[in-house]
Design a binder for this molecule. Structure first.
Ligand SMILES: [Fe+2]
Length: 263
């Protein structure tokens, strides 16, 4: 079994993820013991100035591989970044795309909403055969308020990455319900732990994996945790199921979501 985690903050002292090598190695063992086999490292790049840390990231990435090779865990590592969206976003650095493949990149929006004109910018990438992978859309208030935006993004060629913890309710009931609705509508293509440490935001995937197997079947789980990420790492084309319009999220606490946003 292969479980691919495409979103982590694993290297020490880069962003709000692991603070030091001790925690990084504890995270590696936590992921390994939880059944993860492949990890993509995606540190925050909030603005182009953050690319000043690229050489440090590349050095620490090599050091991580050496340290983990000594431990003989068989884990595979990949490198990219979590690019904070802005209109001049560019992909000219080695860490901009997964394994520098110039084909797939992970991008996040501000949690409060969807940036204006982002559709046009994404479209420029997509016609160049470069696929934006939107990080944790289920946590974005713009998507929660208007889930049809997720459907529109996917129709236009954007792919979506859900956080493993979202399905567990780690980010609250509204986010859990949104994650479920996106999965129901076949709009999720990848899962990532978004792991920052071993306690507060752990680097664990297995629970979400089993939830998806139980609810959507082994084939869907294979796509999300193995086939799609393997192709994205190699820069290969990914065929996705026909997206469906999103049903309004059903929260366990009833219609709280609609009350909250004034529907
Ligand atoms: Fe992240």
């Amino acid at each position: 079994m292969q479980i691919f985690d495409i979103h982590t903050h694993l290297l020490p002292g880069i962003d709000d993820g692991s603070p030091d090598w001790d925690e990084t190695m504890r995270m590696v063992y936590q992921a390994y013991e939880d059944g993860t086999t492949d990890i993509a490292i995606t540190h925050h790049i909030l603005s182009d100035q953050d690319y000043a840390r690229e050489s440090e990231i590349l050095e620490k990435f090599e050091e991580l591989k050496t340290r983990v090779a000594d431990a003989q865990l068989g884990l595979k590592f990949h490198l990219a970044a979590e690019l904070f969206y802005h209109h001049e976003i560019e992909l000219n650095h080695k860490i901009s795309t997964f394994n520098d493949n110039k084909k797939y990149f992970l991008v996040e929006f501000p949690m409060q909403g969807i940036p204006r004109y982002v559709d046009d910018k994404f479209f420029e990438f997509i016609i160049d055969k470069i696929t934006p992978i939107l990080a944790h859309p289920e946590r974005n208030l713009g998507i929660i308020n208007k889930p049809e935006r997720a459907f529109e993004f996917v129709q236009r060629g954007v792919m979506l990455q859900m956080n493993a913890g979202s399905l567990n309710g780690d980010f609250g009931e509204d986010v859990r319900a949104m994650a479920e609705s996106l999965l129901d509508a076949r709009l999720i293509h990848f899962v990532g732990s978004d792991g920052h440490d071993t306690k507060r935001r752990p680097i664990k995937m297995k629970r979400a994996y089993h939830q998806i197997v139980d609810r959507f079947g082994q084939n869907v789980a294979d796509s999300l945790f193995r086939e799609n990420p393997a192709k994205a790492m190699q820069g290969l084309e990914i065929r996705i199921p026909e997206p469906m319009p999103v049903e309004p999220p059903k929260t366990k606490k009833g219609f709280g979501l609609f009350k909250k946003f004034g529907f």
